[in-house]
Structures are given as C-alpha cells and as structure tokens.
Design a protein around this ligand. Structure first.
Ligand code: SAM
Ligand code: SF4
Length: 329
C-alpha cells in the first residue's frame, strides 16, 4: 500500500476496545462515555480485518486501546494473529498496555509470538502514579512489569511528560530503566478529546525537558529506529536508550508508515486528523473480502500529509475530538 505522498503503509495499530481500567488525566475524563458495545467488532471480525491488512503488506501490528488486556478473551486474538508470524507475513505482533493485567497474561503473550511490549508508566512514585491514573494500582503494575520481564518480553516504558506533575521524576525513571534494561520513551501530551482539565497547563515541550536532562546526563543522538516517530539518544551513564516523541515540537509526519483502526472498524489514516473510512460495512457486506480490500485501497488514497496539533493558552479546545483511547495510542 503506497499513499499519495509515496509513503509505504506497513504498520497497523488497532484499538481493540476503547474501555479502560484507568482514567489517566491527560487521556480521558473520570466520567468517560464509551462506545456502545453493540457497535464493537467481534474478535473474529478484528482478526479478519487485521489479516486483510497483513495480506496487503502490513508487517507490524500493534494492539492497543483503551486497555487491550481488559477486553474479554483478548488472548484468542493474539493467538490467532500469531499464525501470520509463523508464515513470515508479519514480522512483529505487539501491544501497548498500562501493565495492569500483565501479571496474568505475560506468559501467554510470549507463547502467542509477542516479543516486545510497550508499557505506560508515568511515575515511580505511588502517589503521583495515583494522581495521574486516578484508578491505577501501582503495585499491580509493578508486578505486571516484573512478569513481562520474567516472560522474556523486551520492554519499552512510555512516559507522558507532564509539567509540574512528573517532571521531577525523569532522572529516577532514566536510572531505573537503565538498571532494568528497559528502553524509555517520553511523549508530549496531544490535544485529543475532552478531558476534565485544561491540557495546556500540563503540557511540557520535550525540547525543554531534554535541555534540562542534558545538564545531568550525557545524551548522544543515535540512529536507532523502531519504525515509529521517536528520536533516540543513548544515555552514557546507563548505556540505556531514551526516545523522544515530539508531535508538537517536531513534526514527524513525513516518514509516517501507519494507519489506525478502531474497535468499531473505523480506519483513521492520521492520528491527528478527523477523516476516516468505515470498514465495518465493507467487512459485513459478505464472506468475500473483495469489498473490504476495495475499501482499504480507497482509504489509503486519502491519507493526509500530516497533522495540525497545536497546544498553547489560546488553543485550549482539543485539535481532534476523539480520544486517544478510541484511535489507539
Ligand atoms: N491503555 C494502554 C496504555 O496506557 O498504555 C494503551 C492505550 S493508551 C491510549 C496508549 C498511549 O497513549 C499511552 O502511553 C498513553 O500514555 C498515551 N496517551 C493517552 N492519551 C494521550 C494524550 N492525550 N497525549 C499523549 N499521549 C497520550
Ligand atoms: Fe487507559 Fe491508557 Fe488512557 Fe490511561 S492512557 S486512561 S491506561 S487508555
């Protein structure tokens, strides 16, 4: 699949549920309204959709959400998608998770063919963790991370940088990840969906955070690429890697290789734009995949050049109405 700007689309992210057992302050309101269950695709339908993309050249698949591991029977989807790893069509089957269910599922994920996992952890301080996730259980997440490590999964920690909330903890996170052998990626808050507060107060440009880190750590730019938008540095003191995802301070769209599918079968060709394609109707049009293939091809012709995210005090309304949990982060 090649889009109108010559970019090859090889990466699909799928939000398998928009529901979550946490209520992170930057992600959703405490009283979030979720999609009606009747609109959500079955796991078999999600498998059929993902497989259509794999047939068309997607070689990297990430299941996300909401919290992917709270969806009932989700392990059957990982297991069935694992067949594409066996044939070599898929190179990478992975997930982004808040870690709350990893204690239960880490071994099963490894057995299904998953080899690496992104775990979101914004703080190593249980009180700050609670303040950010609202409903999260810090000890449970730490047990989950330990289980993932024991299972042999490579771990990347994702940390959303929040001004005056967790910015005092970056040193500790860097040291801990270095110790544990985890990669660490810092992410800027993106203006997606209404939350209870005002994101502009919590927004911390990573250019500022990095300049501060430079005072205490030797950070050397490296060429490391994961097929994602992060720019990586090597920390001399820990020999660990840190990535910076800066959608607001640095536009990474020119190398975008991905599209995103929601749990209701809507395909978003860009995280930061509203245009979408309804694949559920095509999927349910019949047993043959012809209509689905045609709908995917048509959608790729509409992939936009880039996003228009912008956060400052004059732009407090979200740039995109839907939440990250719907499109899948
Ligand atoms: N629940 C899982 C988790 O938290 O890892 C997967 C879904 S979550 C939407 C995926 C990632 O998006 C997480 O790392 C989370 O911190 C991040 N995220 C959520 N809302 C965001 C926002 N408005 N701006 C930037 N990152 C956000
Ligand atoms: Fe849930 Fe992930 Fe959003 Fe936090 S960031 S509320 S864990 S979907």
């Amino acid at each position: 699949m090649i889009d109108p700007f010559g970019r090859e689309i090889t990466y699909l992210r799928v939000s398998v549920t928009d529901r979550c057992d946490f209520r992170c302050v930057y992600c959703m309101s405490e009283h979030m309204t979720f999609l009606p269950k009747r609109d959500v695709l079955s796991l078999e339908e999600l498998d059929r959709l993902c497989s259509a993309f794999v047939r068309k050249g997607v070689n990297k698949l990430r299941l996300t959400g909401g919290e992917p591991l709270v969806r009932k029977d989700i392990m059957t989807l990982f297991q069935s998608l694992g067949r594409h790893l066996a044939t070599g069509a898929l190179e990478d089957l992975t997930l982004t998770t808040n870690g709350s269910q990893l204690d239960r599922y880490a071994d099963a994920l490894y057995a299904a063919g998953v080899r690496r996992v992104n775990i979101s952890l914004d703080s190593l301080d249980p009180d700050v963790f609670k303040r950010i996730t609202r409903w999260g259980d810090f000890d449970q997440v730490m047990r989950g991370i330990a289980a993932a490590k024991r299972a042999g999964l490579a771990i990347k920690i994702n940390t959303v940088a929040l001004n005056k909330i967790n910015d005092g903890e970056f040193d500790r996170l860097i040291a801990w990840c270095g110790d544990q052998g985890f990669d660490l990626t810092f992410i800027e808050t993106m203006p997606m969906g209404d939350i209870d507060g005002d994101r502009s107060a919590d927004y911390l440009p990573l250019s500022v955070a990095r300049a501060d880190l430079n005072k205490r750590w030797h950070l050397d730019d490296i060429d490391y690429q994961t097929g994602g938008p992060a720019r990586y540095v090597r920390v001399k003191e820990t020999d660990g890697r840190i990535g910076f995802i800066t959608p607001l301070t640095h536009n990474f769209c020119e190398s975008c290789n991905r599209v995103r599918l929601t749990c209701t079968g809507t395909l978003y060709m860009c995280l930061g734009q509203g245009d979408s394609a309804d694949l559920r109707t095509a999927l349910r049009a019949g047993d043959s995949d012809d209509a689905l293939d045609a709908a995917i091809d048509e959608a790729i012709t509409r992939k936009p050049k880039g996003h228009d995210f912008f956060i400052d005090r004059r732009h407090t309304a979200p740039a995109v109405e839907r939440h990250m949990s719907v499109t899948g982060g």
